[in-house]
Design a protein around this ligand. Structure first.
Ligand code: ADP
Ligand code: TYD
Length: 208
């Protein structure tokens, strides 16, 4: 008999604290003796990390909206085949910083209504949804100022500014409603430890 793994994702606007919380959760679960893979999208496998540079660096008009959906989905497929599915099959806990819900939002909403196309490609090439998705919900302006505090070449999406952040926040809340069986909303407008405590409670319940 194979052990069933657990597939957890963090979603939310830029700067909401996903990476911070994913890291804290991974440390905590490892300390409890779980085998944990901490990974991220776009990226998470060597090929997908290469695609990450293609989509997150350079001119915002580098790719058409449709090509961008293909690139994010190609990265996800590689990540799924090489990292996520083998880990779940081995009974591990996979914690992923963003997954398909981010494509539903960023590629589905930010450059026109392309959600239908995103969903079609998802059902053809990805199929899998997480067991549990933690949406870190927070004030868009605070998120943006936190995200801007980080330096780096990956700034294509953060460059879209406050209006996109607001639209994404509303979109994520609507998505949580649409997939209410797997989404849990966590209030990110608090200090890291308070947010982490809520995350812990939700995940411990899922592990039981
Ligand atoms: P995301 O992965 O969602 O973009 P990060 O975890 O990278 O967010 O956090 C963005 C920035 O905000 C980082 O500098 C991080 O240290 C800081 N940060 C994360 N969570 C909090 C919090 N609850 N309160 C204040 N600052 C935070
Ligand atoms: P990430 O490194 O998680 O950024 P942040 O820590 O600022 O939240 O993701 C990088 C960017 O990629 C982010 O602006 C959202 C975008 N993105 C998409 O547009 N589509 C996707 O499918 C994914 C996974 C990310």
């Amino acid at each position: 008999m194979t052990k069933a793994g657990l597939f957890l994702t963090f979603e939310g606007i830029d700067g909401s604290g996903k990476s911070t919380q994913a890291r804290k959760l991974a440390d905590q679960l490892r300390a409890q003796g779980h085998e944990v893979i901490l990974t991220r999208e776009p990226g998470g496998s060597p090929g997908a990390e290469e695609i990450r540079s293609l989509v997150l660096e350079g001119d915002p008009d580098r790719w058409s909206a449709e090509t961008e959906i293909l690139l994010f989905t190609a990265a996800r497929r590689d990540h799924l085949e090489r990292t996520i599915e083998p880990a779940l099959a081995a009974g591990q806990v996979v914690i992923c910083d963003r997954f398909a819900d981010s494509t539903r939002m960023y590629q589905g909403l930010s450059r026109g209504d392309l959600r239908g196309l995103v969903d079609q490609l998802h059902s053809l090439m990805i199929k899998r949804e997480p067991d549990l998705t933690l949406l870190i919900d927070m004030d868009p302006d605070t998120g943006l100022s936190r995200a801007k505090g980080r330096q780096g070449a990956e700034e294509r999406f953060e460059d879209f500014g406050p209006d996109l952040q607001k639209k994404m926040r509303a979109g994520f809340l609507a998505l949580a409603h649409e997939f209410s069986d797997r989404f849990r909303i966590v209030d990110g407008n608090r200090d890291m430890d308070s947010v982490a405590q809520d995350v812990t409670e939700i995940v411990q319940a899922a592990l039981r």
